[in-house]
Design a protein around this ligand. Sequence first.
Ligand code: CA
Length: 757
Amino acid sequence: MRKIKASIFFSSFTLLVLTALVGCKATEESSVNKHLVDSPQAYNDVIKNAKAGDTIVLANGTWNDFEIVFTGKGTKLKPITLTAETKGKVILSGNSNLRLAGEYLVVSGLVFKDGFTPSSEVISFRRNKEDLAFHSRVTEVVIDNYSNPDRFESDYWVGIYGKYNRFDHNHLVGKRNKGVTVAVRLTTEDSQENHHRIDHNYFGPRPMFGSNGGETLRIGTSHHSLTNSFTVVENNYFDRCNGEVEIVSVKSGKNRIANNTFFESRGTLTLRHGNGNVIENNVFFGNGVDHTGGIRVINRDQVIRNNYLEGLTGYRFGSGLTVMNGVPNSPINRYHQVANATIEGNTLINVEHVHLAAGSDAERSAAPIDSRVSNNLIFNENNQAPFSVFDDISGIEFSGNVSNKLNKNKIKSGISEQNLELIRAENGLLYPTKSLNNVGITRDIQPIQKNQTGPSWYNKTEPEVAFASGKTTVVSASGNALYQAIEAAQSGDVLVLEDGTYSIEKIIKLSKTLSIKAKNKHKVFIDFGRSTLFEINNGGSLSIDGVLVSGSNSADYSGNTFVRTAKWGMYKNYRFAMKNSVIKDLNVNHSFHFFNSGSRAFAQSIDIANNVFENITGDIFRLNKEMDDLGIYNAEYVNITNNTFTNVEGTLVNLYRGGSDESTFGPHLLLENNVVNNVGNGKRNKTKSALMLHGVQVTNIHRNTFTDSALINVEHTVGEPVTSITNNKLSKSSKPKVVELRVDGPHTAEIKNNNIR
Ligand code: CA
């Protein structure tokens, strides 16, 4: 350990000279006490005696399994500081974490990566239940992919307790396991009415989680939700925070959420519990991305003003603006009635959906009351009115709103239709060319930019490697060439296969993004001798184009599969794509499948186009491994277009999402323009179906031809699933069956224009 009395660093030798030369009392008092430490032991020795004004500096390098307890009493003018020798060069890895407790503590410059916390939080503003942090600050700290490898092992990355703490200019990206990224905890009185400030943080991409527990920021919990928090959340950038339906979940009162930018983030800022919150000057850019939403209003006295929402596609609880119905005399964890809401001066441009009295049902029967929607600007390029009304909205007074010409507008008064033209102003937002007094957002709003958030010294990189973004390598059909080329490839590379036969005798375990493409379509023949050819592991994504695959040389076992994921517990989402290929004779034994997901594996997308599948004894897609009904499932988007399936004994798609939770958007299935011959009739096919869809949220089955095939079997569960089965031809096949498992009454699917013979 070196102790340095100077505001900059010198070598020990220089220090000795300096101390000898200077040494005067005045200098010592005005200088800061800096302690450079290079081991946990040295750190612990220093922190025991840390006084107001001290700075403890962690030496550059990687600190493995370092559980930092940072305690002490600084003062407003002389805080105790913990920082890095060089910001960004101190890496906390393995099972490291940080706890702060005391007063006027400041932490800066640290990077958590290559590991995960051994406790329930990576950074905790408390040492234990009694010992909390006050007037303390965490700034310019990075938590990068520091996720527990067990997706469903829950932790928070940041837990904020105590009062008057600040969390600012931090960079948080890639949380993959269950649990909120940043949680403000109101657990005890010492943490309520806390006046925390959360500002200028970069909330980088959070991948789809595929279950509840993927929120980026939560303030409070339902249990303490009638307590005020007085937390300010301002000037943060939410970049593709796609974890689940709630990006920000407010569960306490009197918070202010202002000047934040939400960029292409699926989900909404949800006022889930608590009263009297103010949401203002925020900017939402959806750019037409699926399920991008805005603000969801529940409870009393909420103010939503001067927000800008553009290009949002979300619907239902994920709409650009949702005003919910409540439960009469609601228990604390359900839905309190909306009362005295003020929604004014907002601009909604190309926002596809505004849902009012949303969620109205036998339980949620209390419609909004004493509320106002005034001076908002609504503009939809396609002239479609965004409003859906699910109950009595006489408790919402509309006045002074302006829109362009809207068709089928359900709101009859309080919105004046005008001829409007928009122009993008210097702040990046659209305004009408003619002046409308006090309608829509003000001119002075300045959306926070990505580069104004997080520490300047840490790069904001893209979250995934795109297919075919790397180099192209040509591979010949000789010996082990393909296997070796796959081993040698970098993530993003393309392997182009010369004409010929490729026999592969090993399982290819893939942990990078790889594209395999035939140089000449259907001149590349692949067979494999093991029980599977490709196994997608963490970090793996696979694209295949133009090959011929046969299973006739595969081992004579039941349950073979062409592609599978790791059998259990993947924590990185993957992508799989295949086009222009022929998959034949997966039939050396029974139950030879094309694609088999392991449990706790999650496909972000599966895209299958222009392929031929023939003579297969098993299933094509087995995406049914989450049978514990926790709202978990195996694939977000499954797109199957323009393929031919012939003589498949098993199920074409078996996609299962069980449970009653409503926190996810998926799964989605698109089945379009396929020819399906004799599929699903095998005696071992337990589903007795060609398609088995349970709890799928969005299903589109259009323009397919089914011949001699088993049932299209759709089971609706929670979340008001959207199912459309149209313009299909079915001959000698059962007619589609849709059942509602959770609600009474007839099913809600659209089934029309099908030619059934
Ligand atoms: Ca949630």
